[in-house]
Design a protein around this ligand. Sequence first.
Ligand code: ADP
Ligand code: MG
Ligand code: MG
Length: 248
Amino acid sequence: MSTLEIRDLHVAVEDKQILRGVDLTVRAGETHAIMGPNGSGKSTLAYAIAGHPKYTITGGSVLLDGEDLLEMSVDERARAGLFLAMQYPVEVPGISVSNFLRSAVTSVRGEAPKLREFAKDLKAGMDALSIDPAFAQRNLNEGFSGGEKKRHEILQLELLKPKIAVLDETDSGLDVDALRVVSEGINRFRGTGDTGVLLITHYTRILRYVKPDFVHVFAGGRIVEEGGPELAEKLEAEGYAAYTKDAA
Ligand code: ADP
Ligand code: MG
Ligand code: MG
């Protein structure tokens, strides 16, 4: 069983200290929601875990099954079983969804999947998400709707089967269709018990569809409150005002 352990993590962006001591443990089979006001450092946590070069680790550690993630290259992190859905996926003209996914699987496994096997897995994954087969031949992220981006994100999860998935949901633009796709995907994943999910979100809406096991409230670059699903309901009713006052 896999465990992601974040210990006293401090992260700076361009000499500005953003994360100020984050402690969080995510185990396979658990779904954790990180919630908090805009600018509280939620995406910074995701990018730091993913190894984005702009984010400087100034203290603490991140371990995946006891191995130091922070020492690994971005590729090595993916191979170790970490998945990060980018908040703003890039368009890659000339690369099809199918080619992108096959190279992602190749990179994670360290060898290319056999074409027939990959085609079979891809079809199964697309069927499960009710994706039109023509989608596989589209250019990566080009003109994707919110729902298509999310289907693609969850399709990556289905094919890559990560140990830990970090899903940073944009604070806007998730329509009901996209919400439903992400939620169903997460719920299917948690059912297997093999993947731990860290779901980062500003709004409580998605938590109507996905019941997190744990909710962590972020403010001022650290976790200021923790609880179960009831905490999400409290946030839905009361908002973040109580936390932003303290954090300023
Ligand atoms: P959240 O995801 O909770 O809205 P972010 O992690 O995006 O918060 O941002 C936290 C703080 O870090 C903000 O003050 C933001 O301006 C700053 N920040 C984040 N990323 C960058 C960056 N790439 N360059 C400069 N400042 C950044
Ligand atoms: Mg933000
Ligand atoms: Mg963010």
